[in-house]
Design a protein around this ligand. Structure first.
Ligand code: ATP
Ligand code: MG
Ligand code: FE
Length: 350
């Protein structure tokens, strides 16, 4: 089937087109630069940007795929989770298109779409697959039984998302927004053991034991780490010294990546998952990729990383999930479905 996928859950307006698992177009306009002055995404600004970009991005996607709108078999749109105002722009646009053309419409789950990105170009998701989703808005470990109907949330962040921690720490260090790429780069010149920063939720009371697993075994917390970096910086400043940016970045990054990889590997091992999808904007991180590869190899887990443009928020992953739903014979959504900011991962489409 030829599917149009629409994504507007955060700060990327993404419209992609997929024929089955073949991505024909992946047009994205980001409003990231408009949030830069604030050090994080401002929901209202993101929603306004979606409204401005919706039609231009749609036109770009159709041109890129070289298809007519009339040839599209079905439309898929992110219905949640995400910023409610941002989601509503995409959902309203998709409903209008579906209503005017009579095409079937699927309101889909953004997290599952991130997983669906791994199915591009005919990749069959192996049985026993996990997913580590790490971005500005989420940090989650999922267990994927079947893409269209069987997903389970094993763990998630209790406070900041991993990318959010990068962005906040970059702000503390005066490195600008988004923080991920700058910190990644600065960290390469620094010493990851210069500062002993906390590994959130790794103490015994969170992890439990093999016999008695703790409630936060697969959960994350990054806000204590962010505070620890801020305290360290304050210490240098109060002594009138320049904070060692590169060492701070390297030590912060090591703390984030250590916990992410450790818990993801534990979740896979303890749940019999032999494959792990790495997705989300933080999947671009060089240290995360290296340490995950190392620890997964040691635990006999195969890492699947979609191409970077399919890892960050985009419409092609939404189209890929739409195609999977159509192929699986899942009925399309009722036309009155809502946008839900907290849509649970069990709801693949609604
Ligand atoms: P959502 O959470 O809904 O997926 P998002 O827009 O916040 O939305 P992405 O666009 O997938 O997420 O990713 C953006 C995040 O990824 C930012 O927080 C950014 O700092 C982080 N990021 C990008 N590159 C890197 C990198 N090399 N290392 C670490 N973090 C990175
Ligand atoms: Mg983004
Ligand atoms: Fe996302």
């Amino acid at each position: 089937p030829l599917i149009l996928g629409i994504e507007s859950s955060c700060d990327e307006t993404g419209i992609g087109i997929a024929r089955g698992t073949t991505v024909l177009a992946n047009a994205v306009a980001t409003s990231m630069h408009r949030h830069a002055a604030y050090g994080g995404v401002i929901p209202e600004i993101a929603a306004r940007a979606h409204l401005e970009q919706f039609i231009p991005v749609l036109q770009q996607a159709l041109a890129e795929a070289d298809v007519d709108f009339a040839d599209i078999d079905a439309i898929a749109v992110t219905a949640g989770p995400g910023l409610i105002g941002a989601l509503m722009v995409g959902v309203a646009g998709a409903k209008a298109l579906a209503h005017a053309t009579g095409k079937p419409l699927y309101g889909i789950n953004h997290l599952v779409a991130h997983v669906a990105a791994a199915t591009a170009e005919g990749v069959q998701l192996p049985e026993r697959t996990g997913a580590l989703l790490v971005s500005g808005g989420h940090t989650e470990i999922l267990k994927v039984g079947a893409l269209t109907r069987d997903l389970e949330l094993l763990g998630a962040t209790r406070d900041d998302a991993a990318g959010e921690a990068y962005d906040k720490v970059a702000r503390i260090l005066g490195l600008g927004y988004p923080g991920g790429p700058v910190i990644d780069k600065a960290a390469q010149q620094g010493n990851p053991t210069a500062f002993k920063f906390p590994r959130g939720m790794t103490a015994r009371k969170f992890m439990g034991t093999a016999e008695e697993p703790g409630p936060d075994r697969y959960n994350f917390s990054f806000s204590g780490l962010k505070t620890a970096v801020a305290r360290a910086v304050e210490g240098f400043e109060s002594r009138g010294e320049e904070p060692p940016i590169e060492d701070l970045c390297a030590s912060f990054q090591e703390a984030v990546v250590d916990v992410l990889t450790d818990k993801a590997v534990k979740a896979c091992t303890e749940n019999g998952l032999e494959n792990l999808i790495l997705a989300g904007g933080v999947a671009a991180n060089s240290r995360l990729r290296a340490l995950l590869a190392e620890r997964c190899a040691a635990a006999n887990i195969t890492v699947l990383t979609p191409e970077f443009n399919l890892c960050t928020d985009n419409g092609a992953m939404v189209a890929l999930l739409g195609a999977a739903l159509v192929s699986a014979g899942v009925p399309s959504s009722e036309r009155d479905f809502p946008a839900v900011s907290t849509l649970p991962v069990q709801t693949v489409s609604h």
